[in-house]
Design a protein around this ligand. Structure first.
Ligand code: ASP
Length: 345
């Protein structure tokens, strides 16, 4: 029998792709992996070995918490030397959070880790799940002219497009085109052929070994700025004793009201070793606190600019950096640098 040249581990975590209608409630709920495999006999035609693993329990991705990311990271580490690539079936609701988290947890990753799922269950007639899964496996198994993986990073494949995981955000709850990457080009696009955007794919250093991060500090929250935001509420939030960092979602290029009350509450938080990261409410473009006075005032009180990061990348990067045993200043420096392609340099 001919030996298959590449090997892929397919990890099923849940999500619409494997769901069926509960006959009693009529609601969608996750089913087991065999259900998926039975719907895609094409998987057996691949010229690569495909092994499968199921998370216990399989979940709707809205249930996912950071300990799930840590389990997924250690699963990949455990099988890292056994397989050439990994494809993770995951619900779309929090797929961009998981992809972003994995990009920080799997330091010096040299192999493809592709997350995919679908908007319609695999058993339905017009499902998008089949194409998503089949192309993800094909990409995960692809190598260049030197036998190296084409996309050795954490990515999301959806509706003919491969995105950098930590640049992606869920954009549509309804169309098959569920994800966008507003600030970074596609890594690949599939049609009759697969077109790789080789300049956009992260360069790896083959001398480095995978290093798994096993700690995330979740004492962080979002604060969306809006007209009418009440200072007293900000005062109460910034005095929460366990809170280590706040991601403020600001207007445009990182602007917010300049009332002295508001600014002094933020300054107090920063003076007490708190970290405030500035992310724009606009999905495309970058925070630049040197452009308007309304942004510059934030910089003056010690707010840090998150450049063009998605909110999923900002959140998971903060959890990763807060979990490191380094000084607050070192954490702030790290936040402003690209660690694994999540922000512009
Ligand atoms: N609620 C589902 C999930 O995220 C939606 C999906 O898979 O598309 O698990």
């Amino acid at each position: 029998m001919k030996q298959k040249s590449r090997s892929i581990l397919l990890i099923y975590t849940g999500g619409t792709i494997g769901m069926v209608n509960d006959p009693v409630t009529g609601l969608l709920k996750p089913l087991d992996f065999d259900h998926i495999l039975n719907q895609i006999p094409e998987l057996y035609q691949f010229d690569c070995r495909i092994d499968t693993l199921t998370f216990d329990p399989v979940v709707d991705s809205s249930e996912i918490q950071p300990d799930f990311w840590l389990r997924l990271g250690s699963m990949i580490e455990e099988y890292y030397n056994v397989y050439d690539g990994f494809v993770i079936l995951h619900g779309t609701d929090t797929m961009a959070y998981t992809a972003s988290a994995l990009s920080f947890l799997l330091q010096d990753l040299q192999k493809p880790v592709i997350l995919t799922g679908s908007q319609l269950p695999i058993g339905t007639l017009r499902t998008d799940g089949k194409e998503n899964l089949i192309s993800s496996i094909e990409i995960a198994a692809s190598v260049d002219e030197h036998g190296q993986p084409m996309v050795p990073e954490v990515s999301i494949y959806f509706e003919y497009k491969l995105f950098r995981g930590n640049r992606t955000t869920k954009f549509s709850a309804e169309t098959f085109n569920a994800f966008v990457s507003p600030n970074y080009p596609l890594l690949a696009e599939t049609g009759v052929h697969i077109h790789y955007n080789r300049n956009a794919v992260r360069k790896t250093d083959p001398t480095k070994k995978l290093r798994l991060i096993t700690n995330l500090d979740t004492r962080v929250m979002f604060l969306k700025i809006f007209p009418g935001l009440f200072s007293q509420i900000i005062g109460e939030i910034t005095r929460i004793p366990s809170l280590k960092a706040i991601i403020i979602e600001t207007y445009g290029t990182g602007n917010a009201p300049t009332s002295p009350d508001f600014l002094s509450l933020l300054k107090n938080f920063v003076d007490n070793e708190g970290i405030i990261l500035n992310i724009s409410q606009c999905r495309a473009g970058s925070v630049d606190m040197d452009q308007y006075e309304t942004g510059h005032k934030l910089k003056e009180v010690g707010v840090i600019g998150g450049k063009d990061m998605t909110y999923e990348a900002a959140l998971t990067k903060l959890m990763f950096i807060l979990g490191l045993d380094i000084s607050t200043n070192e954490k702030k420096n790290m936040l402003q640098k690209s660690i694994c392609g999540e922000m512009c340099e």
